[in-house]
Design a protein around this ligand. Structure first.
Ligand code: CTP
Ligand code: CA
Length: 224
């Protein structure tokens, strides 16, 4: 009901949202992935469109349907997501990086299936760092563009979670960092969410909890 009362305060604006989890291939049939469902990013894209924005959703392996009324660009790996974000950011008023991006990718991708026969009893994988897309897009010339990042932390202690979030906010250089606890049973495939949003300087700007749509609208309130 509240959503219907919201003004179209993003009319005429271009919002780019990343959602889902990247997958890094090992061979033609296997990958290294993560548990992000894409729900929070999809909710942000949906909410931004409802508020009148023209929305590009850069989606990596969503477990939920993409919303209607947004432009969809599907990507697989972190490097593909990086290309899509850097290309789209230039024309955007806001970039919201909700996707869970793989920090590392296999150094070599096997052309054919990795076989037990050639590997024996152990298999060692060598991984290399992926570029930090949020830091890059935050450091690029901005033209007034607002950048929002997320921070997924498993830290159980609230104070320490906030400290990790503040340090990450300073490192990333985004305008806002949405701090989110994740774990074996928290954060990913769940319907609701509970977040603390910190500024680049580490101040708590707001707290939001409820449905992922409600959290999405709280984030967009800041963007507006
Ligand atoms: N992110 C990114 N590029 C990466 C890794 C993460 O753009 N290679 C973005 C995510 O989309 C998210 C933010 O950075 O918006 C924080 O992601 P998170 O995994 O919490 O932070 P990291 O900097 O990767 O630190 P770590 O995983 O070591 O805690
Ligand atoms: Ca990470």
């Amino acid at each position: 009901a509240l959503a219907a009362l919201r003004p179209r305060d993003l009319a005429g604006r271009r919002v780019v949202v990343t959602a889902g989890g990247t997958r890094e291939p090992l061979d033609p049939v296997r990958f290294i992935g993560n548990r992000s469902s894409g729900r929070q990013g999809v909710a942000i894209a949906e909410a931004a469109a409802a508020r009148g924005a023209s929305v590009l959703l850069i989606a990596a392996h969503l477990e939920v349907p993409a919303p209607s009324g947004v432009e969809l660009r599907e990507v697989g790996t972190a490097l593909e997501l990086r290309d899509a974000v850097l290309e789209a950011a230039a024309g955007a008023d806001a970039v919201v990086m909700a996707a869970a991006v793989a920090d590392y990718r296999p150094e070599h991708v096997a052309e054919t299936k990795i076989k037990k026969e050639t590997q024996g009893d152990e298999l060692a994988l060598r991984l290399v760092r992926n570029p930090d897309i949020l830091a890059e897009v935050s450091a690029a010339p901005r033209d007034g563009r607002t950048i929002v990042g997320f921070a997924a932390e498993t830290e159980p202690d609230d104070d320490r979670l906030l400290e990790l979030g503040r340090a990450k906010a300073a490192r990333k250089g985004a305008d806002y960092l949405v701090l989110n606890r994740v774990g074996w049973s928290e954060g990913f495939a769940t319907e609701g969410n509970s977040v603390v949003i910190v500024s680049r300087g580490g101040d708590i700007v707001t707290r939001a909890s409820g449905s992922k749509r409600e959290v999405a609208d709280a984030i967009l309130d800041l963007v507006v």
